[in-house]
Design a protein. Structure first.
Length: 466
């Protein structure tokens, strides 16, 4: 059926026939995965290049050209210079792009609807990437990206969950597929935009991100017939929505309490794009047969390993669950924390054994392997858990709350990452191991005291909604 044929009166029939058209999942999942892949390509192109761009070019060579940078340095960043200043700016940017999704979710739930909010967000993000071509507009570009991601991010993830009826066991696997699409984009972004940025010109990398964002936005508009019904309220509808029950508020409380726990557990993973890249740029052995590889390719290594681990972990639990007991979402997140701790210890070993030469890639690669196994047990599983706990009336808002954990994690990364220049590197990475261990303990306590009650509360609600 063509897009033109998918008129509103045939929409339900179209969705019914397409329910297993994409790898046994609704056709809409395929479209949402590709659109999210385009958005994540553009975002991770920016995230991969941003710290290197500031440390190696913008701050030492073009400081005076950036509108507002001197004022921000003195009034926001306390006179920081060089790598600590770059780390602080990176932390503010990457944290704010995860704070604004809660506002985007509220706007979508109460006024705009997900579709309009997402389209506006994609357009503003593309503008931000193109503004990066003008050094003086640096902060305006970051602001555009912060606003754009806020409107886009939660409003696409919430649509994934709504492709499935309550109780559909494919929902968790859908988010695994969704994250696989994200990781394909993270693999591609450093290879394409990262290489262009480091080897050809920084603005070529940022411009490529903008072009891919526009392509994803066009695809989303064309995919409308296979996506969930928009949640844009009619005039006066907001007042008619069902009030939140005691059960709903209990689930919201659980979601809010999980946010700081998630933030602590994410710290090592989020540092990959900040101080880790600077460390790799300065100390990793990246020259092979006379050719020095772009430092941004370390992100491709991470994303490639993450992709493989997402597929492997999903396949393992699919096989294991057929004949053995399978842990619930919180159980998998606890298991993932052990691997995150192991990954951090690999960085400690790499720093402690460096000596006077460059660091070989064995320990960094081992870090990416173990950290990616932890990632596969925490990130997609936690997103599925949040959408499962979210009351229907505020689904997009709760997904926005989920991203508060990334806001907190990146705020911490921005400050802690600045210690890299003045702290012993071994101690620097031991701090990250300690935060992963703290996350492990917090997940255990949360599951012990609240986990089972929360999951039971979500199951009690599903039949009534259905």
């Amino acid at each position: 059926m063509t897009t033109a044929e998918a008129t509103p009166e045939h929409l339900d029939e179209t969705v019914e026939h397409a329910d297993r058209a994409f790898l046994g999942h609704p056709k809409g999942l395929g479209y949402l995965a590709v659109v999210e892949g385009c958005e994540r390509f553009s975002y991770y192109s920016m995230q991969t290049l941003l710290t290197l761009y500031m440390v190696n070019y913008l701050l030492p060579q073009r400081f005076d050209a950036v509108v507002g940078l001197e004022w921000m340095q003195q009034n926001r960043y306390g006179g920081m210079e060089g790598q600590p200043l770059a780390s602080a700016i990176f932390g503010d940017y990457t944290s704010l792009v995860y704070l604004t999704p809660i506002l985007g979710g509220i706007l979508a739930d109460r006024w705009l609807g997900r579709r309009a909010a997402l389209i506006a967000g994609g357009a503003i993000m593309a503008l931000g990437h193109f503004l990066m071509a003008f050094e003086g507009m640096f902060f305006f570009a970051l602001l555009s990206l912060i606003v754009g991601v806020g409107l886009f991010k939660g409003n696409i993830a919430s649509q994934v969950g709504e492709l499935y009826k309550d109780g559909d066991l494919r929902r968790a696997m859908a988010f695994q597929i969704f994250y696989i699409a994200i990781n394909v984009s993270v693999i591609a972004a450093p290879l394409i935009a990262g290489t262009l940025g480091e080897k050809v010109g920084w603005h070529w990398g940022f411009g490529t991100a903008g072009v891919v964002m526009v392509a994803g936005l066009v695809l989303y508009i064309l995919a409308g017939p296979w996506l969930p019904k928009d949640n844009r309220p009619a005039k006066g509808e907001a007042a008619k929505r069902d009030p939140l029950s005691t059960n709903d508020w209990f689930r919201i409380l659980g979601v809010v309490l999980l946010v700081p726990v998630m933030a602590v557990s994410l710290l090592t993973n989020q540092e990959i794009f900040n101080a880790y890249l600077v460390w790799a740029d300065q100390h990793f052995q990246l020259t092979f047969f006379g050719t020095t590889l772009p430092t941004s390719w370390m992100i491709t290594v991470d994303a490639t390993v993450s992709f493989g681990m997402l597929v492997a972990v999903a396949a393992f639990w699919s096989w294991w669950g057929k004949n053995h007991w399978e842990p619930d979402e919180l159980g998998k997140m606890i298991l993932g924390s052990f691997f995150t701790i192991g990954g951090g210890l690999c960085l400690v070993v790499a720093a402690a054994t460096q000596g006077d030469g460059k660091i070989g890639l064995f320990w960094p690669v081992m870090f990416h392997v173990l950290n990616s196994i932890g990632f596969a047990h925490i990130l997609p599983v936690s997103l599925a858990l949040f959408t499962r706990l979210a009351p229907k009336q505020i689904n997009a808002t709760v997904v926005g709350i989920y991203y508060l954990s990334f806001f907190l994690a990146n705020q911490i990364v921005g400050r802690v990452g600045g210690w890299y220049s003045s702290m012993d590197t071994t101690q620097f990475w031991m701090i990250h191991v300690a935060t992963a261990a703290t996350g492990l303990v917090a997940f255990v306590l949360f599951r012990w005291f609240l986990g089972k009650r929360l999951l039971s509360a979500a199951q009690e609600t599903e039949p009534a909604v259905a």
